[in-house]
Design a protein around this ligand. Structure first.
Ligand SMILES: O=C(O)CCC(=O)C(=O)O
Ligand SMILES: [Fe+2]
Length: 398
């Protein structure tokens, strides 16, 4: 689970311990404190702007997955290193809704990850956001520091410089985290924002006259991702044989987090020798994460059947990656996996003069509303598969 730690204060400890002891969930500890915000007021209504529902052709070869059952074969376009590539357009246009829903759920149960093509997020919007991200990170450090991520990390907003954040799993001791960071700093910088009306977690922007247009682009992309989130949650509900709006009803506060990530160019050797890392192994905290990435690669996903073994998950043309987070895993009575992943050297990197190019990615972390009691989802437990978790207030979880 991604959490952000600088200090290990009393707010964090009981939560972290409760999680590790009772949920057997992985807890990711970085250098900034965990955030347990209360519900944000819903802000402007989600806009349909930029959502392109037309199916697009892609360069992906149309292989049928061995994982699929007969009904799912027409929506599974290929199997990319163990992660199915689904034609989400068949859900959006209504032609194979149940099949897409079933295939997505199978994938979440099996590996916790899925690639979606024809997802409805326009390529123009994605390209535009990457351009803004590059422009932002290309600014001088003094300027980026004008939107500083708070050192105490009480909320995930603003800019964090390379090496400041360190991601790890099950490390609760401050000295140990410091040691990890010194041994192998995470060589990435990030900018994080949410929606602009949050009272509990206000955004931290650059001063108005710096990089005009950046803020608007981030917010626009935030809402575009939110639209995709809702359709994915609808598909997932259908896969779980629940009413289509079942999960959406628990995601009304739009308490999500858009994160621009830049991994500066580094030496392949240093990365491979673990002298530096891009992002350490971790699982995400929320319901689902949507990820768009450039074509550099390096994302690796743990093989659920061989803990500790990671498989490369290279980018798939035109696809967004969607993975389940710790919250969804618990909510589904562990039926759905929140799988550990990391970013390392892409395959074959050493042959490229030993230098790994800059990498840009944009995760969008989706969270359920805070003031709800979380019980295992209907259909995820039975006499043979009893509930593993007692009901709990969402705000007491992460
Ligand atoms: O950069 C990536 O591809 C992955 C980022 C990630 O896993 C995260 O920020 O949680
Ligand atoms: Fe992640």
């Amino acid at each position: 689970m991604i959490a952000y730690h600088n200090n290990f204060d009393d707010t964090w400890r009981p939560v972290g311990k409760a999680l590790s002891e009772t949920l057997t969930h992985r807890v990711l500890v970085t250098d900034i404190n965990i955030v347990t915000p209360s519900r944000c007021n819903p802000t402007r209504p989600p806009s349909a702007d930029g959502i392109d529902l037309r199916p697009r052709t892609s360069s992906i070869s149309y292989l049928h997955s061995l994982l699929a059952n007969d009904d799912q074969t027409n929506v599974i376009l290929s199997n990319a290193h163990g992660i199915p590539v689904l034609d989400f357009g068949r859900f959006l246009d209504g032609s194979s809704k149940q099949e897409v829903a079933d295939a997505m759920l199978s994938s979440f149960k099996d590996i916790g990850f899925v690639h979606l093509v024809n997802h409805g997020l326009s390529q123009e919007k994605i390209d535009e956001m990457f351009n803004w991200s590059k422009r932002f990170f290309a600014q001088p450090m003094e300027l980026k520091q004008l939107a500083p991520h708070p050192p105490s990390g009480k909320h995930h907003r603003g800019y964090s410089a390379p090496g400041v954040e360190k991601v790890s799993q099950h490390v609760y001791d401050a000295a140990e985290v410091l040691k990890l960071r010194q041994e192998a700093p995470d060589m990435k910088e990030s900018f994080e924002c949410g929606h602009d009306a949050s009272e509990v977690m206000p955004n931290i922007w650059l001063p108005d006259d710096m990089l005009p247009g950046f803020k608007e682009a981030c917010l626009d992309f935030f809402w575009a991702c939110h639209e995709i989130e809702l359709t994915i949650l609808r598909a997932l509900a259908l896969g779980l044989k629940l009413p289509e709006d079942y999960l959406v009803k628990y995601h009304t506060a739009q308490d999500n987090q858009l994160r621009l990530l830049h991994y500066p160019s580094v030496s392949a050797e240093q990365l491979e020798r673990d002298e530096i890392s891009r992002i350490n192994a971790h699982s995400d905290f929320g319901s689902i994460t949507l990820l768009v990435q450039d074509d550099v690669g390096g994302l690796e996903v743990e093989d659920p059947r061989n803990p500790g073994q990671f498989k490369s998950a290279p980018p798939v043309a035109g696809a967004i990656v969607v993975n389940a987070g710790d919250f969804l895993m618990r909510w589904s009575n562990d039926m759905i996996r929140s799988t550990i992943h990391r970013v390392r050297a892409p395959p074959g990197a050493a042959s490229n003069n030993g230098i790994i190019p800059d990498r840009y990615s944009i995760p969008y972390f989706c969270s359920a509303d805070f003031p709800i009691v979380v019980e295992c989802l209907p259909g995820t437990y039975s006499a043979e598969r009893p509930r593993k978790y007692e009901p709990i207030w969402r705000s007491n979880m992460f």
